[in-house]
Write a protein that binds this ligand. Structure first.
Ligand SMILES: [Zn+2]
Length: 83
């Protein structure tokens, strides 16, 4: 029997979903492209440009970082997207 620990990658999840914005919780090493793709596959945006990551400095972030470390899952970050 192996005692080796197998690292199980955290699964991406949608934290909040609205008509015009969505918050996802994804592994911190995900690229922006992966985040957008996951968002589109989970909840197709329906607008021409699709989901856009809410970038640092956007006033809607209210001073929060673009990638907010998750309180519940180590190694994951929360990212807001706008339709
Ligand atoms: Zn989270």
């Amino acid at each position: 029997m192996s005692t080796e620990r197998i690292a199980v990658p955290e699964l991406p999840v949608v934290v909040k979903y609205g008509l015009f914005d969505m918050q996802v919780c994804v592994p911190a090493d995900w690229t922006d492209d992966q985040v957008v793709l996951f968002s589109e596959l989970t909840n197709p945006c329906g607008t021409t440009n699709g989901w856009q990551i809410r970038k640092a400095g956007d006033e809607l972030l209210g001073g929060d970082p673009e990638r907010q470390p998750c309180n519940d899952r180590a190694g994951c970050v929360h990212i807001m997207l706008d339709a």
